[in-house]
Design a binder for this molecule. Structure first.
Ligand SMILES: Cc1ncc(COP(=O)(O)O)c(C=O)c1O
Length: 411
């Protein structure tokens, strides 16, 4: 479990709302878990914009470094703002401990680099965020860590993909951008049966909709840049899981330095307070948008986990409480139509982010997943006409009318 360490700052310590006194309700924990109050008695957690922390004596410094005393040392290791964020997210995910990093990719990189050695092998689901794919196929092989992809339509075949040196199972569900759903129960059992570390990127679902640790995930990662921030302001990443594994990742991050800034951690911790209400609205808006365009003549297919037509709809119902905020539309007319459609939008933003209060459109084939080869894109269903719509918090009628007019004008 993480510590907040304020006792050592000589501040009067108020009772902290911690793990042991957690509520059974997501919303309450996300709001009430907090650093203890300083002597200013502020109501909202302050920003600890400091690189290091002081000690009252040489002995206290020694003992803190030796981990005989809990306490903050240096913000590359921990800071009250990052600890505050980690404490909240651990409560949300049901994990023992965690680390906050400068970006989602720093979290993906650190969780693999810290837990594997040269000569190890990762088995991963084929549908992964573009940069995670680059890590596995182009970065880690340089250090002798290799990977193989499995197709989720073919679970029975995954046994055959395991090698004597396979150490990790890495998945993302729902996947970006294909919205493929991987059976977390299956993944948890499969990983356990083969002694693999199961890593789940839970960025699209957020802990409000799905908690992979419940199904046996050893490590849960996030791009906190997305729904956890929720307003497109800051980058951040999270690595959460069993303490024994997190300790190993902590050693790696302390000495390689991908720490989150206190300011970004403070923003993300504040954002956790509204995650539940925001996700409720993202999900209800997304379901309305998906249903509206499901049978539109310009659209080959609309994909959304909580539409009955989604190929893994029942699985989504089993492991997610709602369908998330992302909808994909596969347009007739390929790349040219997709570009005309995007250029015809009046309100929805054209940008590569997602999970923002503002609705966002992205063309994965030419942006986020453009570094994949055409074959690699086809294998994960990223067609030239595929549009990823991150449904925001505007009124659903305005989102629907912008998409509808752009479909008409681009016809
Ligand atoms: C599923 C997923 N994982 C990881 C990342 C990387 O996160 P970041 O951009 O915060 O580095 C993203 C970014 O879009 C993502 O969608």
């Amino acid at each position: 479990m993480c510590f907040l360490g304020l006792e050592l700052l000589n501040l009067p310590v108020q009772p902290i709302y911690t793990f042991s006194s957690m509520s059974k309700h997501f919303e309450t924990n996300s709001i009430r878990i907090s650093t203890s109050k300083s002597n200013q008695k502020e109501h909202s957690a302050p920003l600890y914009l400091t690189s290091s922390f002081t000690f009252d004596s040489a002995e206290e410094a020694r003992a803190t470094f030796a981990e005989e005393l809990d306490g903050n040392i240096y913000s590359r290791y921990a800071n009250p703002n990052s600890s505050d964020l980690i404490e909240k997210i651990c409560a949300a995910e049901g994990t023992e401990d965690g680390i906050a990093t400068a970006s989602g990719m720093a979290a993906m990189f650190a969780s693999i680099a810290a837990l594997l050695q040269q000569g190890d092998h990762v088995l991963a689901a084929r549908s992964l965020f573009g940069s995670t794919h680059q890590l596995l196929t182009r970065v880690f092989p340089k250090w002798g860590i290799t990977s193989t992809y499995g197709d989720i339509s073919d679970y029975l075949n995954w046994e055959k993909l395991i090698q004597p040196n396979t150490k990790m199972l890495f998945i993302e569900t729902p996947s970006n951008p294909g919205l493929e759903i991987i059976d977390l129960e299956w993944a948890g059992k499969f990983a356990k049966a083969h002694g693999l570390i199961l890593v789940v990127d839970n960025c699209f679902a957020t802990p409000y909709l799905q908690q992979p640790a419940k199904w046996g995930a050893d490590i849960v990662t996030h791009s906190a840049t997305k729904y956890i921030d929720g307003q497109g302001r800051v980058l951040g990443g999270l690595i959460l899981g069993r303490q024994e594994l997190i300790k190993q990742v902590q050693f790696f991050t302390r000495h390689t330095g991908p720490a989150i800034s206190p300011f970004n951690a403070w923003i993300l911790s504040k954002s956790m307070e509204t995650l539940a209400v925001r996700m409720d609205r993202h999900c209800s808006n997304a379901l309305k948008v998906a249903s509206e365009f499901e049978s539109h003549s310009s659209v080959i297919a609309v994909k959304y986990p909580f539409l009955k037509s989604h190929p893994q709809h029942n699985l989504a119902l089993k492991q997610m409480s709602q369908g998330g905020g992302v909808v994909t539309l596969d347009l007739h007319g390929g790349i040219e139509r997709a570009k005309r459609f995007i250029d015809s939008l009046k309100m929805i933003s054209i940008t590569a982010n997602l999970g923002d209060s503002r609705s966002i459109i992205t063309h994965p084939a030419s942006t986020t997943h453009s570094k994949l080869s055409e074959v690699e894109r086809q294998q994960v269903g990223i067609t030239d006409g595929l549009i990823r719509l991150s449904v925001g918090l505007e009124h659903h009628e305005d989102i629907i009318s912008d998409v509808a007019q752009a479909l008409d004008r681009s016809n």
